[in-house]
Design a protein around this ligand. Sequence first.
Ligand code: GTP
Ligand code: MG
Length: 347
Amino acid sequence: SEERQRRLRQPIVAVLGHVDHGKTTLLDKIRGTTVAAKEPGQITQHVGASLVPSNVIEKVTEPLKKLIPTVKLELPGLLFIDTPGHEIFTNLRKRGGAVADLAILVVDIMEGFQPQTYEAVEILKQRKVPFIVAANKVDRIPGWRPNPDQPILISMRKQDPSVIEFMDNQIYKIMGELAKMGFDSDRFDRIKNYTRQIAIVPISAKTGEGVPELLALLAGLAQRFMKGKLKYVEGPAKGVVMEVKEEPGYGSTIDTIIYDGIIKQGDTIVVGGIEEPIVTKVRALLIPEPLQEIRATKRFRAVDEVSAAAGVKIVAPGLDKAVAGAPIYVVEREEDLEKIKEQVKKE
Ligand code: GTP
Ligand code: MG
């Protein structure tokens, strides 16, 4: 309908970082925390992504008002996408980084920068994607006293000075690595100019400490960088394949992130394949049932259409030859098919 097509496109936030540094745990925490906020119209589950509405973010960051400047989000919400940290998934991280409007770089505070951390920063730098650093696993710092789900500014006050000293030393190392790659950064509460410096937020994805600040700063970043860039969703969809999967009862499917436009059941799509572009027709579009984690359950709901930004599972013949990281385009007009196939080959 007309109304649905006049929807604003939400910014996509990619979560990137080295293997095991805590990306998925952080997203689980954000979901859990925001679910706990008990707001109407909570998190919509997507395939490989979670949409967190603005009112929920506001609620979670509300207790921070006295501690740091918070902004009112004039955006519909943020779509978070998880990416794998393992070295073999470079292509996927590049794609994830490419479709992202903003990013969270997750760095294990005990381990510091690792190969895929450098790689992620390189991708963000090339694509000019604004990001924030989550210095994760502060609860692993020797002597740390956990303060579950508290702002980190409050939790830091309850730590021994030697613990904070240790934490700051680890943060200095992260700042040093970022500096070598051309980025000026600092611990978030020492930043004077948010437009020039990258904020490093100490957090624990496990205890939830620091997650309120991380979300508040992300909202600020989104508000600043998306000003004037947000647009209404219209036209044929563009997306990226995150995973190729065999689904019982459906056959070959692809998990995708749709970053632009609209995709409908019955649409002709072109998807990057192992040998050549796959041209096929969308048999079904599946989204998880509300608040069900896609990996944990097998319960999907078929929908007629999906508009960006969204994560959706696409069922169509021939998708077993699709490759993770490949582009996907909806073909709106028959005469565009050859042009789009050429485009997909180039990508
Ligand atoms: P990949 O997807 O393989 O790249 O890993 P990931 O970055 O998603 O890491 P994941 O969230 O799977 O966490 C890896 C391990 O670290 C798990 O055992 C988590 O429980 C643990 N972990 C994550 N965050 C924290 C944290 O803040 N504190 C502690 N103590 N452990 C954490
Ligand atoms: Mg993970």
